[in-house]
Design a protein around this ligand. Structure first.
Ligand SMILES: [Zn+2]
Length: 478
């Protein structure tokens, strides 16, 4: 008995005895991210003659029957399937239904469909519509735009975690960052590397719009397919519109760039980097003006002379928790937090001891002595004028980005060195790790011991930490 040919829009949930003729637009592996990427089956998107799109799914147990038969763009006659309601989140099409392949499903290629089926169908959303969908997880819309820059962390051979960030200029000249992950990142990286001429137009299907740090990001999903330039009709139309609009020469710089150590980044690029890139250790050069010296946490701290961690102050002693030493020797070190802005954005930065000491040519304990003398807790004193005066000044500086910056605890970037007036950004070959941070990985070779602070017992058993004095130096030698 022949199955009656119906349209996708005629389908209702339940076992279907009808036939549909559909174009297989795309298919992709569905993996369970919670179970270490276990293959669950293949998901696909089907299109019929009325331009109705509907997702379909083949369970992993039935893949052997169908997988070799799947070819994107081909037209199929589909019978013996089941129709259910699809997941209301992450919707791939406007249809609320999903076709499920069963053991009796037949999916046969058709050379001549009864009614012609369009070659492609997209659910493009413009910039403001993407904003409206952001963080809702309701829809996975399609993106079309001009690809203007691509940043890649993909290396040869590829590492475990990979990210590619593509800047896409959408309608109204609004730019968004599209992020691709892992296998998809490697794929687009290789495509761009092998392509003769950089593409201008990109079509990306089923992206997930997210707002992170006030900016729109379009994250690739497992259903994301990337098409360049004239690979789609929609892309080709945009391509020629862009060509007509062209006034100047085509860009000379290649589209694809890897993040190089010591590359110069704008502050907004730096802020984006820790949100979108994979956790890594890398140094960048930034430049900007200090918009505020944040003194609510002070300008210095008493650190352990061995490990440079902040010491815990009790009534009569200084304790280093990480050295497990209840009578630690303290060293006063700078820790200056400041907001720095360039024309693209603002970020929070912190500069530690060596950086500030080199910049102002004065050690923290010397500054404390000048300001308040011996017997005052320097952590409680006002910042030295030269620290406060950094506000409003412009600096070029090296930023050390580490795994911490990629965590939810990230608050500030560590400045590992401030480049002097007229000093050029160092070349990657000459990277010197002269930075101070509070991770305790300093080698401490710039610590000449002059800053050692010995806890002093005063009358009544009250202790105060102070700058060096003849007394404390003697005490140390004794
Ligand atoms: Zn310690």
């Amino acid at each position: 008995m022949a199955n009656v040919l119906v349209l996708l829009s005629d389908l209702q949930s339940g076992r279907s005895s009808s036939a549909v003729e559909v174009r297989l637009l795309r298919f992709w592996e569905a993996r369970n991210v919670r179970r270490s990427g276990e293959l669950m089956g293949v998901d696909m998107l089907l299109l019929d003659s009325q331009s109705t799109m509907m997702p379909a799914t083949v369970n992993v147990n039935r893949l052997a029957t169908h997988l070799t038969n799947l070819e994107e763009g081909s037209v199929y006659s589909l019978t013996g399937f089941e129709v259910t309601h699809c997941n209301q989140n992450y919707r791939l099409s406007d249809s609320s239904l999903l076709i499920r392949f069963t053991d009796s499903t037949s999916f046969k290629k058709v050379t001549e469909p009864a009614v012609p089926i369009p070659l492609e169908s997209f659910r493009f959303r413009n910039y403001s519509e993407m904003l409206g969908l952001a963080n809702s997880n309701n829809q996975l819309p399609d993106l079309i735009g001009e690809i203007t820059a691509v940043k890649s962390t993909v290396t040869d051979p590829p590492q475990d975690k990979n990210r590619v960030m593509a800047t896409i200029r959408m309608d109204n000249d609004m730019s968004v960052t599209m992020s691709l992950f892992d296998a998809q990142a490697v794929k687009i990286h290789n495509q761009l590397e092998q392509i003769g001429v950089d593409p201008r137009v990109v079509v990306a299907t089923s992206v997930n719009p997210k707002i992170v740090g006030g900016r729109l990001f379009l994250n690739a999903t497992s259903g994301t397919h990337i098409y360049f330039d004239k690979q789609t009709d929609a892309g080709e139309r945009l391509f020629y519109r862009l060509v007509e609009r062209d006034t100047g020469l085509p860009p000379v710089a290649p589209l694809l760039k890897s993040y190089a150590k010591m590359e110069k980044l704008s502050i907004s690029e730096l802020n984006d980097f820790v949100v979108t890139a994979t956790s890594q250790e890398i140094d960048f050069i930034c430049a900007g003006k200090v918009t505020g010296v944040k003194l609510d946490k002070g300008w210095c701290y008493v650190s352990c002379s061995k490990c440079f961690k902040k010491l815990q102050r009790s009534v009569s002693s200084l304790t280093c928790l990480s050295c497990n030493n209840t009578s630690a020797v303290g060293v006063l070190r700078y820790r200056v937090e400041m907001s720095i802005a360039d024309e693209t954005g603002e970020g929070l930065f912190v500069a530690f001891d060596g950086v500030i000491a080199k910049l102002h040519n004065m050690r923290a304990h010397e500054a404390a002595n000048l300001l308040a003398g011996d017997d005052v807790n320097p952590e409680k004193t006002d910042a030295p004028p030269f620290v406060r005066d950094m506000e409003g000044k412009s600096y070029t500086f090296q930023v050390k980005v580490g795994p911490y910056n990629f965590t939810a605890n990230h608050q500030s970037f560590t400045i590992s060195r401030i480049l002097g007036e007229g000093e050029r950004a160092p070349q990657p070959e000459f990277v010197e790790d002269g930075g101070d941070d509070d991770n305790g990985d300093d080698n401490g070779d710039d610590n000449d011991g002059a800053g050692l602070v010995r806890r002093k017992m005063k009358d009544g058993g009250c202790s105060k930490s102070a700058g060096p004095s003849a007394k404390s130096k003697k005490a140390r030698k004794a």
